[in-house]
Design a protein around this ligand. Structure first.
Ligand code: SF4
Length: 660
């Protein structure tokens, strides 16, 4: 579905089956559209920028957890390709209405929403929804349409005001990272409402149902069977089970409080545990799942005095920890407002804490904070409002820590210390360099570690007995080399971090983890059942069969790997064309205390070589051609990003040179 918001034009275009063969769907075909149709230098807030809501290839089929909506555009924060996924119900509903993607271009002169009711599609006035919360908007639209079963994705005030951390909220999930809500607001699009009642056909339905049943059977056995020695939220399946777990010792004592600075090692006491348990059990009404999934990762939250909303994941803690509040109730209450405003629960709390640090440092003044309460809770509510409304200092902070620091000057840049490619990261500061994570942090195209990491253990197991037990039924491992790396990996000695796993192994491990994420994002599968946990039901050995039996396409592991390489390289090419270079690929300076510059250079060199990229991280002509991306090679040659002699003569050394 093609929507021109400037002209109010609606057009249905048949999906090109050749594109499906080359890129599958979801993220892969989104990348192709962005490459083909958005000028390389287009500003995120230009009418030329596209905002694509995409289903994945398997969405709408009975595959458990195939419910992701993949939203892609140019991010106002990083200026690179921004893609964020959300669970919930939108993508299957779109498929049932008969659409693979909705592609928005242009800008509407008035605030509007899109209503898709199977074949009937309308752009409707949304001026009465201006300023309304994202959850409230969804309810109002359903009432207005008299369609309680419609699925609605909406932005709140943050998106309308083009706050760089604005999210797109959809009932039980959100696409939060990289400011996609700001692009939606810039386009004058308040919401999309969808109702679909058609069928989705499968090529070989009996075989497909058999595969789905095997996945469900596996989930039944694996989900309660926790991997020992792994933190509670990662030991099972699903996205981190924050709503089910009370034990937050690991997060509260290992993650940083405030502006990603302060570790509170003795925080988690019996008393806090009791108190937090009480808070969680009071506000949590019931656990809930996304479409067609048994995992129940989210919860309906109803805090006294606040309207009901849904919560999942680490946002439970981010506001509490950023504000140094010891009371979990605060987190649940402020998150309700943040959800209505539609903001990213990772970046927003950190940006607020950054603002208060600047005040303490005397870089921002009392005048900037006129009217701000003095208590920690009050301060954060006040700041959330200022940022979302873009009032006073909030107007500057609404651009996130990186851009705000640049605008404020006076040394503020030293306080924006936790970003990669201009994007706030998890508030995590560690001791010894982890070579696998080093590579993922540097090179991950999503700029967001939780959406890159996954199937390989984060740390060695403490005993050989545990390692052997882990690899024994590790059917998901690509091959026996991976098992050997787990068996050999130790806490101390020769085979410990940072020099173990060795560089070549790190490259393969990172490649495997990002492969799984890219496949999920093309198929519309939830990472919580595939690329994120240890030992998931979906893996590289069974996914080709899912694709074949659903679509009739011939697919095996090599074929799927080839498509992954094509999609991953195309995303990189989009970013390279927008200025991404080696100098941008670095973790926050203080992410690890113990750094090893020589090893880090070897890791980056090794990874680039493994991927077929040159010293600057630019895919070479040969590797592009091998993936059928000749048109990218030609474009790079024309622009001087590559030369025919294989050198890397690009004059731009970093996206840092690009000024907004
Ligand atoms: S695993 Fe969790 S997040 Fe993923 S689809 Fe299921 S309920 Fe949703």
């Amino acid at each position: 579905m093609e929507i021109d918001l400037t002209r109010g034009n609606i057009e249905r275009v048949q999906t090109d089956p050749r594109l499906t063969e080359l890129h599958l769907g979801g993220l892969g075909t989104n990348a192709k559209l962005l490459w083909d149709r958005v000028p390389a230098g287009a500003e995120p807030f230009s009418p030329d920028n596209l905002l694509i809501f995409s289903t994945g290839l398997l969405c709408g089929t009975p595959a458990p957890g195939a419910n992701r909506t993949i939203i892609s555009t140019y991010s106002p924060q990083t200026l690179f390709m921004g893609y964020s996924m959300m669970g919930g119900f939108l993508a299957p509903e779109l498929k049932y209405a008969g659409y693979d993607k909705v592609i928005f271009r242009g800008k509407s002169p008035n605030l509007v929403y899109l209503w898709i009711n199977n074949d009937k599609v309308e752009i409707r006035d949304a001026s009465h929804l201006r300023g309304k919360g994202a959850v409230e908007t969804a309810e109002l639209i359903k009432q207005e349409l008299k369609e309680p079963k419609a699925q609605v994705a909406a932005i709140g005030l943050a998106g309308e005001n083009r706050v760089y951390m604005a999210s797109i909220e959809q009932g039980r999930s959100s696409a939060s990272r990289l400011g996609l809500g700001a692009v939606m607001g810039d386009k004058g699009l308040k919401a999309i409402a969808v109702r679909g009642t058609k069928d989705v056909n499968l090529a070989r339905p009996a075989e497909f149902m058999q595969l789905c049943n095997e996945v469900l059977q596996y989930i039944k056995v694996r989900a309660p069977n926790l991997v020992p020695e792994v933190m509670p939220i990662l030991a099972g399946l699903g996205s981190p089970q924050e709503m089910a777990h009370v034990d937050e010792k690991w997060h509260t004592e290992n993650f940083m409080w405030g502006n990603a600075r302060t570790r509170r090692k003795e925080f988690w006491t019996k008393e806090i545990e009791e108190k937090w348990k009480g808070s969680l059990e009071t506000v949590r009404k019931r656990l809930i799942s996304c479409y067609n999934c048994p995992m129940k990762c989210g919860a309906i939250i109803s805090a006294p005095g606040f309207s009901t909303y849904m919560m999942k994941c680490f946002t439970k803690l981010t506001y509490t920890m950023a504000a140094f509040v010891d009371d979990l109730d605060f987190g649940f209450k402020i998150a309700q407002q943040a959800t209505e405003y539609g903001v990213d629960g990772f970046s927003m709390p950190q940006t607020m804490a950054f603002g208060f640090e600047l005040k303490e440092a005397g870089i921002l003044t009392d005048a900037d904070f006129a009217g701000c309460p003095s208590d920690n809770e009050g301060k954060f509510y006040w700041m959330l409002d200022r940022i979302v409304r873009r009032e006073g200092i909030g107007d500057v902070l609404a651009n996130g820590t990186y851009w705000a620091a640049k605008q404020i000057g006076k040394g503020a840049e030293a306080y924006a210390h936790n970003v990669i490619k201009k994007h706030e990261q998890l508030p995590l500061k560690l001791g010894m360099l982890n070579p696998i994570y080093f590579l993922m942090y540097c090179t991950g195209e999503k700029m967001n570690i939780t959406q890159i990491e996954g199937n390989f253990p984060q740390a060695p197991f403490s005993t050989m007995e545990l390692r052997e037990a882990f690899v024994k039924d590790w059917v998901q491992a690509p091959n026996d080399k991976f098992k050997q790396w787990v068996l050999d990996w130790e806490f101390r000695g020769e085979r410990s971090m940072p020099f173990y796993p060795p560089v070549e192994a790190c490259c393969e491990i990172v490649d495997w983890q990002e492969k799984m994420h890219h496949i999920d994002d093309a198929l519309g599968l939830c990472a919580g059942l595939s690329s994120f946990p240890l030992k998931p039901p979906y893996h590289i050995h069974n996914l080709p069969t899912f694709i074949s039996s659903a679509t009739g396409m011939d697919m095996d592991e090599d074929g799927l790997t080839h498509i992954f390489n094509r999609n991953r390289t195309l995303v990189r090419a989009i970013n390279v064309r927008r200025g991404l270079r080696r100098a941008d690929e670095k973790p926050p300076d203080d992410h690890w205390k113990k750094r090893f510059p020589e090893l880090e250079t070897q890791l980056l060199d090794g990874y680039y070589k493994f991927k077929g990229w040159n010293h600057e991280g630019i895919p070479t002509k040969e590797s592009l051609q091998a993936l059928g991306l000749d048109y990218v090679a030609e474009d790079f040659l024309k622009r001087g990003i590559l030369t025919d002699n294989g050198g890397d003569p690009s004059k731009e050394t970093s996206a840092e040179t690009k000024k907004k």
